[in-house]
Ligand binder design. Sequence first.
Ligand code: SF4
Length: 361
Amino acid sequence: MKTLTGVDRGQIEACLEAGQRLSCEEGVALFEEPDFEWVCSLANRVRERLYADRTTYVVNMHLNYSNVCALSCMFCAFARKSGQEGAYEMSLEEMIERVSLMKGVEGAEVHIVGGLHPDYPYEYYPRLLSTLREHYPNVHLKAFTAVEIDFFAQLAGKSVGWVLQDLRENGLGSLPGGGAEVLTDRIHQKLYRDKMGPERWLAIHKQAHQLGIPTSATMLAGHIETMAERIEHLDKLRRLQDETGGFLAYIPLRFHPDNTPLKKLNLMDGDAVVRNVALGRLMLDNFPHVKAYWVMSGLENAARAQFAGADDFDGTVVDERITHMAGCETPVGVTEQSLLQMIRNSGRRPVRRDALYNLLS
Ligand code: SF4
């Protein structure tokens, strides 16, 4: 049966049933398909085939060491210039104190990202990692987006490969997936042209994978991108994953326009957020995990997404600042007990994991 957008339902269902890859044209059609429930059910079938009723989560915290940044991306509410109201820098002592929350917690993760600070020397970053590793040797350090890694390479006057190896020797466990935004030349030119573009972001992740450093991938959706551009982004991710197999998870992010130059845009509605998760699961047939990042999607949408392709709820996410500075109203971290309750209430079975998605309980 064909749908209003010309999608052949039987063909798509058979293709997914056989574990075959959807084309980019089919992906765009599924973004535009009026039957939202059907699209979610397709993603849910793939997700349940892989993970049945399980939803994983991690005990983690975010450490946004400074919001001072040399750049001014159009979608960013987090960055400030040195001395500007709202600018902050955490001292090493403060960070050691904050991370003490994770001390002794099995499988705990600290997610470390910040602005591109114009005054910090390169040596600051390996020292930050080695100090935390020294105090908390069992905590996984997921640190620095590809954008920061590229910046550090310029600061050090070294190659990206050298920086990645140096950071790894000082405690780096994996790279987060931020900074990808939407991997198309048009969005790059319009919204973040002073920051690295799509090819460079992909090249840095490729290099990390080749060195055995796992990474994640995000997409920041809900601003000026078209559905075809979202699919182009997903296609670039799955092509790189075909080559390297180094991505652990895909995390679709909901753009929050408040306090940004794009504040006139509307926030993506819940169905659009959930469908975006579903398309991630359907297009990224070679990605092991799709995460519903509740901080940006909202807790209710993250729970709904567990029936539309997502198999992970992220985590306790204590102390996140980047999205909350863009007006996001979700809590600044939740307890493990509330997370367990939310996953159970959504109808899934919670299982705790570590930063590399190894199951713990
Ligand atoms: S998105 Fe990142 S690089 Fe761009 S202004 Fe914000 S902190 Fe700086």
